[in-house]
Design a protein around this ligand. Structure first.
Ligand code: SF4
Length: 354
């Protein structure tokens, strides 16, 4: 049986495999292909190949720890931690002892990073304090996930022990959130200026988003040197203002993960998706976020008791797909490609190596 695909798509795949990245227009085109087509499966195959080639068999687990629950006054429309969502009426702040217990458990289970998330109004000094006590207690790299910051605040994060920040210019920024996209982009520049690693995801994707705006965020991540930049879909909690739009399914998300991987080329050190799923691992993802503490997608104050997947479950899924969660992380070492190419037949990689 022959396997032919459109010459135009074939050319884009070849360009991506040469690690040359894709333009916004090229990524947009790939995002509009028929989801059932051979072309889309070819995108996923190429993306998975790129990931095995650049990241080896490493499966990353970056443990999300949400420090607090409150009715965040910024009221982003996709977030469950808002007055509009009406889910949480009482603030919750997880104790230092609880956060340390989560962190030590994560270290014992081989987590590759701790992503410390706060709501948009959480005290910055308290985040710094958390960085200091975690830095003293565990050796897992610390990543902050908080509001826009200044250079001075970025320096303080570094001093407190953080090595990077998760920060997305989100889909619908300025429309579904009160934040200016320019301010979010400026914060990414702050990270670059200071040497804080920038962790990103194109998120929270819903069916209402234009392929163009999705493609633009993918290319922005490549241009700004994101340490990783995959795709996360929006989760509609019950009563979410976004419920009328529906949600994309994991199959659509896998296609987007693949296109994002083709765009990113040899810039990133991992490729993320959320929530954990196998389809994305067939399409170039190799990084999951297990979760505990607060989450903007959950109805439970502690996501470990709600939607969150734990470290063991994430490890099992990675293992089922031939990725090893216990190899050293590629995200924090001096070299981007620490591991040998993965387990697929080596002749597949020969043209890429030559
Ligand atoms: S996404 Fe962040 S800033 Fe927006 S409402 Fe939720 S916690 Fe607040």
């Amino acid at each position: 049986m022959s396997w032919t695909i459109s010459p135009a798509v074939d050319e884009l795949i070849k360009k991506a495999l040469a690690m040359d990245g894709l333009t916004v227009e090229e990524a947009e085109h790939l995002l509009t292909l028929d989801l059932c087509s051979r072309e889309v499966y070819a995108l996923m195959e190429a993306a998975a190949k790129m990931t095995r080639l650049t990241f080896g068999n490493k499966g990353e687990r970056h443990y999300h720890i949400g420090l607090n629950v409150e009715q965040c006054r910024f009221d982003c429309r996709f977030c469950s931690l808002t007055p509009s969502a009406g889910i949480f009426t009482e603030p919750v702040e997880f104790s230092r002892e609880q956060v340390l217990t989560w962190a030590r458990d994560a270290e014992a289970k081989g987590a590759d990073a701790l992503n410390i998330m706060t709501t948009g109004t959480y005290g910055f000094q308290k985040l710094l304090e958390c960085g200091r006590y975690l830095k003293a207690a565990v050796s897992v790299p610390l990543v902050a996930n908080t509001r826009d910051i200044s250079h001075k605040e970025g320096e303080a994060l570094l001093e407190a022990g953080f090595v990077g920040c998760y920060h997305a210019v989100r889909l619908g920024e300025g429309r579904d959130t009160p934040f200016k996209p320019e301010a979010r982009r400026h914060t990414v520049q702050v990270f670059r200026d200071l040497g804080l690693k920038w962790m990103n995801c194109v998120e929270p994707v819903g069916p209402e988003h234009q392929k163009r705006e999705i493609a633009e965020l993918m290319v922005f991540a490549r241009e700004q040197g994101a340490t990783y930049s995959g795709v996360m879909r929006r989760i509609n909690f019950p009563g979410s203002p976004m419920e009328p739009h529906g949600m994309i399914n994991e199959r659509e998300m896998a296609r987007m993960v693949a296109v994002s991987r083709l765009v990113m080329g040899d810039v990133p050190r991992a490729h993320c998706t959320h929530e954990p799923n196998t389809a994305a691992l067939l399409a170039g993802a190799n990084l999951f976020f297990p979760e505990c503490g607060s989450s903007p997608r959950d109805l439970q104050a502690d996501s470990a008791k709600g939607r969150g997947s734990d470290l063991d479950r994430c490890a099992r899924i990675l293992d089922e797909m031939g990725l090893d969660p216990l190899l050293p992380s590629n995200c924090f070492g001096p070299e981007a490609r620490l591991h040998a190419p993965g387990p697929c037949p080596s002749d597949l990689y020969a043209p890429l190596r030559s």
